[in-house]
Design a protein. Sequence first.
Length: 307
Amino acid sequence: MPALSEVIAALDALWPRERAEQWDAVGTVCGDVGSPQAQVDRVLFAVDPVQEIADEAVALGAQLLVTHHPLYLRGTTTVAADTFKGRVIHTLIRHGVALHVAHTNADTADPGVSDALAGALGLHVLRPLVPDTTDPQGRRGLGRICEPPRPMRLSELTEWVAQRLPVTAQGIRAAGDPDRTIRTVAVCGGSGDCLFDEVRAAGADAYLTADLRHHPASEAREHSPLALLDAAHFATEWPWCEQAAAQLDEVSDRHGWGLRTHVSRTVTDPWTAQAASKGPAAPGAAQSGPFESHRSATDDITSGAPN
């Protein structure tokens, strides 16, 4: 069984902390990394370090929880147990579970969050959307430019994505001509509406990301015929957990550690329900067609996705 310090060193080699954005909060949040008694044989990967995930790590008997999102992104003055983040810390420390975060350093890694997203969708990655200028091989960077397995109409691509990402209340929203042929797709796991200029410069036919806001999306649609696909933030980043667990498995096998890695299937997207719009249309508005139909929580899902 490896020491916690050895596993943390392996995580830092996969996703070096120095490659995180300056505003980010990555690395080990809690855990006695310097203690030779701190050892690891089970690791849980998840998107969000919320109480439900902390409880899952404890129930699993994990000694290490690795999440994509930071627990304390903007700092804090307390870890009191009467705050929800403090309760997470107390739960983890009480049960001997360390917490480690790989966020923007995992976004731009090779492979990174957007590679995992592309892989879940069966897209062929061509290159980074925003290359990391410090990478001489040109493989690291933010987002990815991809090709679908074959040219698809936007309506078909939207359904394709909806069938392959984890089920969330939001589902997949799309903007653009449903009959437009899509040959190249830019993807960015997480919030990506700051990259519209780069997507247009890359000449992508469509852009898949999360958390698209009204004004940036509206302006992007006015700029060009770029099609937009907006998924839930959680859904675009959960595939990274499976990719990251597989990467740590490879390290474990190489060193003979015998680690058992697990991926949480708990959906921590904050939205829990959706009602399709049924009110009166605005004067002169086009009626919704089949392209705008929503998937329900009871729809079939892809095997392997959380539900």
